[in-house]
Write a protein that binds this ligand. Structure first.
Ligand code: AHM
Ligand code: MG
Length: 338
């Protein structure tokens, strides 16, 4: 006779259980990070559900941009931003939010403040949203010394000061990869339980990989060292086999594959984007933190990515002739939410 345990895993390491285990390694902890992460997890589940329904919702929304209940429909990236801003503010554990979707940093209402600053890209991979290809949420978390007096300058910290980072990939399955500075673990959403279950414990990037990942359509604007490096991936001079090219154009998916299979992902600076395209605070830093925690490396071309000190929350700012998606406007120094 079959034992249930042969068919079902009965001792599940949910993400909540994992984060609580991590918390117990710090006896002085009051559980604030655990609470904050549980709100981020909720945001990821909400967005996962919205991404799954997006195609259908769009069809029903064609007549007058309203759904069957007569509610105005929001584009997925705007909706995701609202979901995360609400989840983060309501956690009561954040004082400042930096989102790719918001021009200004959001300073949380003093009554609802906690000690963390969260930088996030609520839905990265915008070119892939409408065709159903993998997209994701990226986040990085900093601790702020004094939540009551926090200023924008304090938010512009180097990536190495982050205390946790992660991403959630909305793909063929929904996978959340998290590090609180003690290695990297991956969790897959079990839709029937509504829980993220640990499926990729202690992720370590393979030391050697056979894949390179870059938008070669930009090659004419690359500098010589970049062009030579990519050429070598295709025509190795040391007798090794050429590498395979994989490029999705969603950083979360490209980095996730690189973490699991090994290899290199790069978005080099070029003549069009002299400081590179990827945003330092909510794309480069969290991914570099995860890469290093998984035994990999992340470089700007001049040095360690996590050593960068941003001068603006949206570094690198776009150069004027490359329009980026419109962002909502905040107040002078930042918008206040509560
Ligand atoms: P986004 O924030 O507008 O989505 O842009 C970031 C994305 C990354 O996910 C991805 O690595 C890169 O842009 C792809 O850019 P490109 O289409 O130029 O290759
Ligand atoms: Mg982005």
């Amino acid at each position: 006779m079959d034992h249930a345990a042969d068919t079902f895993r009965t001792d599940l390491m949910t993400i909540t259980r994992h984060v609580l285990n991590e918390q117990s390694r710090h006896p002085e902890s009051r559980g604030d990070l655990t609470i904050l992460l549980s709100h981020i997890v909720l945001g990821c589940k909400f967005v996962a559900s919205a991404v799954n329904k997006a195609g259908l919702a769009k069809l029903t929304g064609l007549a007058g941009e309203t759904n069957v209940q007569g509610e105005e429909q929001k584009k997925l990236d705007v909706l995701s931003n609202e979901v995360f801003v609400n989840a983060l503010v309501s956690s009561g554990r954040t004082c400042v939010l930096v989102s790719e979707e918001d021009e200004k940093a959001t300073f949380v209402d003093p009554k609802l403040r906690g000690k963390y600053c969260v930088c996030f890209d609520p839905l990265d991979g915008s070119s892939n949203i409408d065709c159903g290809v993998s997209i994701g949420t990226i986040f990085g978390i900093y601790m702020i010394k004094n939540q009551d007096t926090v200023t924008l300058e304090e938010v512009l910290q180097p990536g190495k000061d982050m205390i946790a980072a992660g991403y959630c990939m909305y793909g063929s399955s929904c996978t959340l990869v998290l590090s609180t500075g003690n290695g990297v673990n991956g969790f897959t959403l079990d839709p029937s339980l509504g829980e993220f279950i640990m499926t990729h414990p202690d992720i370590k990037i393979p030391p050697k990989g056979k894949i390179y990942s870059v938008n070669e359509g930009n090659a004419k604007n690359w500098d010589t060292p970049t062009a030579k490096y990519v050429e070598k991936c295709k025509y190795p001079t040391d007798g090794s086999s050429p590498k395979s090219l994989r490029y999705i154009g969603s950083m979360v998916a490209d980095v996730h594959r690189t973490l699991l299979y090994g290899g290199i992902f790069l978005y080099p600076a070029d003549k069009k984007s002299p400081s590179g395209k990827l945003r330092v605070m909510y794309e480069v830093f969290p991914m570099s933190f995860l890469m290093e925690e998984a035994g990999g490396q992340s470089f700007t071309g001049k040095g360690r990515s996590l050593d960068l000190i941003p001068t603006d929350i949206h570094d690198p700012r776009e150069i004027p002739d490359i329009p980026r998606q419109q962002r909502q406007r905040g107040g002078d120094q930042g918008a206040v939410r509560g």
